[in-house]
Ligand binder design. Structure first.
Ligand code: WTA
Length: 619
């Protein structure tokens, strides 16, 4: 604990030395002149900005790959790839293998005309080409925008357009559990939607994931000649070496879309030097990483966790990790534990929602596997309830593994609050103490710096606002209490209620919608939608399924509403503002006895009774 306190202090009081020494473990083509941070968080004093390692030039792909190979780790396994289906096998890729793959792809992208600063979209499943595509972009200075494979065509189209990304890397299709996900067909549709809006995707590079396998028949997609090319053909003629583009420390590395309380998802833009150190340091210290560890993070690279703790953090630490294509329940509910046993995983990092879901199947699926290699467990994405924490600790960790509950966000790029498990005792449900004060943190919203300033720097002058509520106990431990804005966290997926509302309103029969979160046993939060139909439309149960489908098509399956609650009227103030506080309470299991607070300012207080009379929970 004393060592943590000393390091924490040093990180804040002497960043030149603390972060400077750490940064010098990496290769800089041009050494930085100043560690920093040089920043302004006060909007009244000019543009909000933050700069780390000014004057330096480096490359993430170099530091994740070449540097490891040069230091003699070329034959060390970087990635164990575990397929969705047991009969589909597995593969191991060494650091040299990944470097060759990345160089070939980087050369192919250059041959295609992709230049430093261009944005490129990646819509892939969890196969090795996904981290490789990210690293190939980083190598040539192209900005990657990874779109989670669960997003719909419409969501993908919006992201392609916003990023002005004329090249997409995707796959024919992939099996997720027993079901195929038609990535190529969805990409085709996204390109059509974007084209209608005047944006043309020029090139679709398609990985043959199911083609030439026994499941080839599951992939159903078209082919646009001149635009589409198979990945293997795309890279075939390319050399296995590719010079890096040396990137200014503050040059953009990637953008990743995330939901806020208003409007369309924002492309959070991360830059090179600060992100690199943030991902490196947190992987090393939070997970107490040692060279002999086998690390397994179950997050998809489509989310920030997969960026920082699959692609970048582990490789910057020369780690050996498992990349898992499938789902925790296929072919059986013990798949995670089978994978842990098979690769002798020592560090395992997952989300509370997965723990809660697996907990339902009892202890046997866990304990029938040999998990003695596990040493450290991590969680991320949402608050973990003490009951799930204890089960994770006792059953998965066998009572001998520490748990790191890591609190952070897409915007921060790496852990903000997390225990350093060797140094401090944890309390179930608390993310404990701040990580060292240091680099990382998105520098802007792509194409909209004003929105960046307004979203994050307007609530508290001179401070960044995360959007989360929190308590601090007498020991200084932090307890995250959830979002304070209109963002909900469904199975660790961040969803803006406004996005779901606009998906619902896009339905021809819907006049208005208001969406709130409610506590859900497994998902953490569920999605509760109040829907007002157009004049003359009938409130029929059969329409509810349609509306759910609508949201699925506009956003993606993970945003499917749990409940549609007919609302012939919504509780509004006389100025027309929806009283969300009332709607949140009405979605609770004990809605009948909830104190709704002062409803006298409602334009029509009787709507509350009407909502109760239609209540979906009513027996
Ligand atoms: C929530 C995921 C409590 C929080 C890394 C945050 C958490 C949002 C935790 C970011 C945690 C994440 N305890 N809440 N350990 N981790 N959150 O951008 O509300 O997808 O603001 O990044 O998830 O979600 P995002």
């Amino acid at each position: 604990m004393e060592e943590y306190q000393a390091m924490y202090k040093a990180s804040l009081e002497d960043p030149e030395k603390f972060w400077g020494d750490m940064a010098r473990e990496f290769y800089w083509k041009t050494p930085f002149e100043k560690v920093g941070p040089t920043y302004n968080f006060d909007r009244t004093k000019g543009d909000v900005s933050i700069r780390w390692f000014e004057g330096g030039a480096t490359n993430l792909s170099y530091n994740c790959l070449d540097r490891n190979v040069e230091q003699g780790f070329g034959s060390k396994t970087a990635i164990y790839y575990e397929c969705n289906d047991l009969d589909d096998g597995h593969a191991a890729y060494s650091y040299s293998d990944v470097l060759r793959m990345v160089c070939k792809l980087a050369n192919a992208l250059k041959a295609e005309g992709v230049q430093k600063g261009d944005r490129l979209s990646v819509y892939l499943p969890m196969i090795v080409e996904l981290p490789a595509s990210m690293l190939a972009c980083a190598r040539i200075g192209a900005v990657h925008s990874v779109v989670f494979g669960g997003f719909s065509a419409e969501s993908l189209a919006g992201r392609l357009q916003d990023a002005q990304s004329s090249l997409v890397i995707t796959a024919d299709a992939v099996m997720r559990g027993a079901k195929p996900v038609q990535l190529k067909a969805i990409t085709d549709k996204a390109c059509e939607i974007a084209a209608k809006d005047g944006f043309n995707v020029q090139r679709v590079v398609c990985v043959a994931r199911l083609k030439d396998t026994p499941r080839a028949g599951q992939a159903q997609h078209g082919w646009v000649s001149g635009r589409d090319v198979w990945y293997s053909d795309f890279v075939a003629a390319q050399a296995e070496e590719c010079e890096c583009e040396w990137m200014d420390s503050e040059a953009p590395l990637f953008m990743l879309y995330t939901s806020g309380s208003t409007g369309k998802p924002k492309g959070v833009l991360h830059t090179t030097g600060g992100y690199m150190l943030g991902a490196f340091a947190t992987t090393k210290y939070t997970f107490d990483y040692h060279p002999e560890d086998v690390y397994f993070c179950t997050a998809d690279c489509g989310w920030i966790t997969g960026h920082s703790y699959v692609t970048y953090g582990p490789m910057l630490n020369t780690a050996t990790q498992v990349l898992f294509e499938g789902v925790p329940t296929h072919p059986d509910v013990d798949r995670f534990w089978k994978v842990c046993e098979k690769y002798k995983v020592s560090i395992f990092y997952t989300a509370p929602t997965a723990i809660r879901a697996l907990m339902k199947s009892g202890d046997a699926p866990v304990t029938r596997n040999d998990l003695s290699s596990l040493r450290l467990l991590g969680t991320v994405g949402e608050p973990i309830n003490p009951e799930a924490w204890r089960w994770y600790y006792r059953v998965v960790g066998g009572g001998h593994c520490a748990i790191a509950d890591t609190y952070w966000q897409t915007e921060t790029g790496s852990h903000l609050i997390t225990p350093l498990v060797g140094a401090m005792d944890c309390k179930p449900g608390s993310a404990v103490l701040p990580f060292f004060g240091g680099p990382g943190g998105g520098g802007t919203v792509y194409g909209d710096h004003k929105r960046f300033e307004e979203t994050y720097f307007s609530q508290f002058n001179g401070c960044y606002f995360t959007g989360d509520g929190c308590k601090r106990d007498k020991d200084g431990f932090y307890w995250l209490t959830g979002r304070m804005d209109d963002v909900i966290n469904v199975s660790g997926h961040r969803i803006g209620t406004a996005e779901v509302e606009s998906a619902l309103v896009a339905h021809a029969k819907v006049a208005e919608a208001a969406v709130v979160g409610f506590p859900h046993d497994i998902k953490g939060e569920g999605i509760w939608c109040y829907v007002t139909l157009n004049e003359g439309e009938a409130y029929e149960d059969s329409l509810k399924a349609d509306l759910k489908k609508q949201v699925r098509e506009v956003i993606g399956a993970f945003a499917m509403p749990d409940e549609i609650h007919w609302a012939p009227g919504l509780p509004k103030t006389r100025s027309g503002k929806i009283m969300r506080r009332v709607l949140r309470k009405l979605a609770l299991p004990d809605y009948e006895t909830q104190d709704l607070g002062d409803t006298s300012t409602l334009a029509d207080p009787s709507v509350v009774d009407v909502l109760k009379s239609y209540h979906p929970r009513k027996k």
